[in-house]
Design a protein around this ligand. Structure first.
Ligand code: FRU
Length: 519
């Protein structure tokens, strides 16, 4: 009893000292699962990224947020800012729900020419259009639950005012009618809104962001229809190595993803200011592939792009989770994180188009200590031993040469024997991520009931992996982002070792592990 009182006394003194010195004691949950650099809200729930834009040196990330607790509910738009897309700072909540409903997903634009008339002559208006989701109407089983509302900021995104005449787009009699993505279309000199309507996309046009006219519909007979279409994006992009411009339409879908649950698909074509039409080469590609996926892992959803990024770059960010299990993942104080922002480029090959994803170049600025190895891979090779590199904040580049038709398996381990296994099966021609032994998995059956796979068009002799690691996530960029897999995991102790093995004959592997100096 006496010992217990001493222990309590000592513990309180310790906490008191920490408080007095301004240091905080991280809970076990924070230590184990708060990502080192992927964005998370300070507390509460987060899902989709919303209304992302760049202005005067700052990137803004707004997001679906329930500040009251770590479950989905009473949606606000949370807000975070960054100077380099890597280090994020939480900001006060941007947009609050009101009597018209929860604030569901949407987008924001920098209205440089004040087409909206919302500017005050001094400050450029940032205009956000989001979905109002009326819970009372939902409960009453009505169709017109969702409409599009507007809010704007005249102080570079710090504070937001709701437009006085909301909604700017009423519900047209479609139950799922949400997630407007708006952008300026320079040739037709108008704003375009692409909005998810059940399992299609609808396009609207406007001169002033306030009055919207229906233009067209896309998607009835194309792509995946395993669930509702959500969070679309549409943007022009140059085909790599040419001056040709194509349009990419991103369509998030839930459920119906390639490895279960939520995922993002895309279409390549042309947009004439009114209609999106698939490109002929892409049409053939789609006949073969059925659905063209942006990311084959289970944890990249609601990926859409930032407005107004310098140098015309197209940067996307996603919510690193999946509706199959997102409410159950084992964090309490906060729930949900974002992917690393990615730059996308469009490549055309003989088989069709590929929207390549690579981490934004700013991530490189954080690379510190590097462990380099060149190995002749026979059997199991330890790549990173305990203490060499902190694998909870690292980028690992692996370059394979002279591969044969076998399986190349990476294993991340901790001292508890928990493992995250991933790699390439050059026989079956697929990439894989296996989190079935990765630690806490039983919070929801669907979290680790399968090994995620991404088919490859061929077997490779040479191949490259860029592996981006945080405490609870892996993002695999294969061959310069031609195929991507993003997955989360929850080990009971951080992974401290990485090894590589193969069941086939030797191949040469160039290995560079970079410590990220972050936090
Ligand atoms: C996608 C989504 C959106 C919706 C939001 C609600 O994850 O379902 O369609 O606007 O989340 O939080």
């Amino acid at each position: 009893m006496k010992n217990l009182s001493y222990a309590i006394l000592a513990l309180s003194a310790f906490f008191y000292t920490c408080k007095a010195q301004g240091t905080s004691v991280l809970s076990k949950e924070e230590q184990l699962y708060r990502p080192n650099y992927h964005f998370t809200p300070e507390k509460g729930w987060m899902n989709d990224p919303n209304g992302m834009f760049y202005l005067d040196g700052t990137y803004h990330l707004l997001f679906q947020h329930n500040p009251a607790n770590s479950k989905w509910g009473t949606l606000h738009w949370g807000h975070a800012t960054s100077e380099d897309l890597v280090k994020w700072e939480n900001q006060p909540i941007a947009i609050y729900p009101d009597q018209m409903g929860y604030i569901f997903s949407g987008s924001a634009v920098v209205d440089k020419n004040n087409t909206s008339g919302l500017g005050d002559g001094k400050n450029v208006p940032i205009v956000a259009i989001f979905t109002y989701h009326d819970m009372d109407k939902e409960k009453a089983n009505r169709i017109d639950v969702e409409s599009q509302g507007m809010a704007y900021s005249l102080d570079k995104g710090k504070t937001w005012t709701k437009y006085s005449n909301n909604p700017v787009l009423k519900n047209p009699g479609i139950r799922d009618f949400r997630d407007p993505k708006i952008f300026w279309e320079k040739d037709s000199k108008q704003w375009i809104m692409v909005v998810a309507a059940q399992d299609r996309q609808h396009f609207y046009g406007s001169k002033n962001l306030k009055n919207w006219t229906f233009l067209s519909e896309f998607g009835k007979d194309f792509g995946g229809h395993g669930g509702v279409w959500e969070c679309p994006d549409l943007f022009p992009i140059k085909v790599e190595g040419t001056n040709e411009e194509k349009w990419v339409l991103i369509v998030n879908i839930n459920p119906g993803g390639p490895n279960g649950g939520s995922a993002a698909q895309y279409f390549v074509g042309d947009f004439d200011g009114k209609t999106f039409k698939m490109d002929d080469v892409f049409t053939k590609q789609l006949e073969k592939e059925k659905v063209v996926w942006l990311d084959w892992g289970r944890d990249n959803y609601a990926s859409v792009s930032f407005d107004n990024v310098p140098e015309n770059k197209r940067v996307i960010i996603g919510w690193m989770s999946n509706w199959d299990y997102s409410p159950d993942v084992p964090t309490e104080k906060w729930r949900g994180s974002s992917t690393i922002p990615r730059e996308v480029t469009l490549k055309r090959s003989k088989d069709g188009y590929i929207l390549k994803n690579i981490p934004v170049s700013q991530l490189k600025n954080y690379e510190g200590k590097t462990v380099k190895k060149e190995i002749n891979l026979g059997s199991d090779k330890k790549l990173i031993g305990k203490g060499e590199i902190d694998l909870s904040k690292a980028v690992i580049d692996v370059d394979f040469k002279k591969m044969t038709k076998g399986v190349y398996t990476f294993t991340l381990k901790n001292s508890l024997g928990e493992q995250l296994i991933f790699g390439i099966d050059n026989n079956k021609r697929e990439l894989f991520v296996d989190r079935t032994k990765s630690g806490k998995i039983d919070f929801k059956n669907s979290f680790a009931d399968r090994i995620s796979k991404a088919p490859l068009a061929k077997s490779y002799q040479n191949a490259k992996f860029k592996i981006v690691l945080d405490k609870t996530s892996i993002e695999i960029f294969f061959n310069n982002g031609e195929k991507v897999m993003t997955e989360i995991f929850f080990p009971n102790e951080g992974f401290s070792e990485l090894s590589l093995s193969t069941d086939t004959t030797a191949s040469t592997v160039n290995f560079n592990a970079h410590q990220l100096n972050i936090k």
